[in-house]
Design a protein around this ligand. Structure first.
Ligand SMILES: Nc1nc2c(ncn2[C@@H]2O[C@H](COP(=O)(O)OP(=O)(O)OP(=O)(O)O)[C@@H](O)[C@H]2O)c(=O)[nH]1
Ligand SMILES: [Mg+2]
Length: 366
């Protein structure tokens, strides 16, 4: 996870910070003279044309003849000249804007939704433009600013175990929902196992009465983990399955009920209404949206609509082990303003890890 985004952010910050002298050896002299990148063109060649992007000309300075004759080398970049004069650097709005498109593109390419990338860029601009940055410290300053911004976007997750233990209402009811195949049932089994290993007595409710074999799937998990599963017939009312599971838990002094539901597209109004009914009947203490890390912008839209209709208290992002981009976490966190509680990291019961903001930033290299 995050491999691409981390690499691209690294390239971008290096590019903004790097001096042309360091880069000289990377490009043949004739290429340097002939390239005249214009805003937008050079920026589109993400990570491939460091030399052009950092040359004086990208800051609006065409290489002058006398520069070349005097120095017998390329004109110095804006950064290089300022560094030499003052030991400090001030990035102007204009200069920042020349790198803006590129940052935006790399964020979008890595599943960061447009509104989130827009926010990140505006914030970054307000934090670094016009500020005196220390010589040799630009890269670190930009990384720190990006890290702070992303950290502010992500809501700090709460401790699920603590919530269950401290709840006065017994059983503590958790409702899981999301689109088809996102990883709901698997995530429920993982959470059930996690809670059971911490001495929390759980009951599973097979409220997906729609998809073929869904009840058997949950029953199999229940058997493997050693947790009772309450189920009705296929086609029966999912809300009543949840209700019965809660009553069973009350009678058997179970601490927690985990309700599995059928996958539904956020665009299917009737199915969203059905979900609202399940929620009303079962009065869950937590409503957890399970999204797929790999779906990118789709997951963002799904989370937004589920949040508006049913209300989300926390999120699980399944399949983060097969997501090399990582931007979905940022996007769903931003649009819902709700915490990501866990990342699904594989298909085994133990393949789930509590979401940790600092670890996330570490993985991004920030
Ligand atoms: N690699 C990986 N695969 C996962 C993860 N979580 C779930 N899966 C796989 O994703 C597929 C779908 O998982 P389910 O748990 O059945 O998804 P669901 O949302 O319950 O599906 P429906 O009930 O059909 O809507 C299965 O093959 C799971 O093994 C994960 O974190 N990583
Ligand atoms: Mg399922």
């Amino acid at each position: 996870m995050f491999k691409f985004l981390k690499e691209k952010l690294k390239q971008w910050t290096e590019k903004v910070a790097k001096s042309p002298k360091e880069e000289k050896s990377e490009t043949k002299p004739e290429e340097k003279i002939s390239k005249k990148p214009k805003k937008g063109i050079a920026l589109k060649q993400l990570g491939t044309d460091l030399d052009a992007a950092l040359r004086g000309e990208i800051f609006g300075h065409e290489p002058k003849l006398e520069d070349r004759e005097n120095e017998k080398e390329l004109p110095k970049s804006f950064f290089q000249r300022i560094k030499e004069k003052t030991g400090k650097i001030k990035i102007s709005e204009d200069e920042f804007d020349r790198y803006r498109d590129e940052l935006e593109l790399l964020l979008l390419e890595n599943n960061v939704a447009f509104e989130v990338s827009d926010r990140i860029i505006k914030e970054l601009k307000s934090r670094i433009v016009g500020r005196e940055l220390l010589k040799n410290g630009i890269e670190g300053e930009i990384k720190n600013a990006l890290g702070d911004i992303i950290s502010e976007i992500l809501v700090k997750p709460f401790d699920l175990l603590e919530r269950v233990i401290e709840s006065e209402k017994k059983p503590f009811v958790i409702l899981f929902f999301g689109i088809n195949g996102s990883g709901k049932t698997t995530s429920i089994a993982k959470i059930a196992e996690f809670l059971k290993s911490r001495k929390i007595k759980c009951v599973l409710a097979a409220a997906d009465t729609f998809r073929a074999a869904s009840i058997e799937q949950l029953k199999e998990h229940g058997e493997n983990i050693g947790i009772p599963v309450i189920a009705h017939e296929y086609g029966s009312d999912p809300a009543s399955v949840g209700f019965d599971a809660i009553n069973y838990a009350k009678k058997n002094r179970a601490d927690c009920v985990l309700i599995d539901t059928a996958g539904r597209m956020h665009t299917e109004k009737n199915l969203i209404k059905e979900m609202e009914k399940i929620s009303k009947v079962c009065s869950p203490d937590l409503k957890i949206f399970v999204g797929e890390s790999i779906t990118g912008n789709d997951a963002t839209e799904q989370a937004r609509i589920f949040n508006e209709s049913i209300g989300i208290d926390g999120l699980i992002l399944a399949k983060s082990d097969i997501d090399e981009k990582g931007g979905t976490a940022l996007s769903v966190g931003f649009v819902t303003k709700k915490p990501i509680l866990f990342l699904g990291t594989g298909q085994k019961y133990s393949d789930i890890e509590p979401f940790d903001k600092n670890k996330f930033l570490d993985k991004l290299g920030l």
